[in-house]
Design a protein around this ligand. Structure first.
Ligand SMILES: [Zn+2]
Length: 78
């Protein structure tokens, strides 16, 4: 499926919860809550690349599969 950060093709992983789980060659492994996916679909939005990758890098210091929620997200128009 399309990566929420870079829009390139990313591998969709089994979710096991109310989130989408992706493995992107560029952005790495991350999850997005179902609520945030719905918000971005409704507004034709994606995650802003630079701040999101910085946020993920900080999270990965203690969580190798970060979950991005609507309150953490830096969302921009597609
Ligand atoms: Zn990506």
């Amino acid at each position: 499926m399309e990566c929420f950060i870079c829009s390139e093709e990313a591998e969709r992983l089994p979710a096991g919860g109310d989130w989408a789980a992706l493995n992107c060659p560029d952005c790495g492994r991350y999850r997005v809550t179902g609520t945030l996916v719905a918000i971005m679909r409704a507004g034709n939005e994606k995650l802003d690349r630079e701040p999101t990758l910085q946020w993920l890098a900080r999270r990965r210091e203690f969580d190798d599969f970060p979950l991005i929620g609507e309150f953490d997200a830096f969302v921009v128009r597609k």
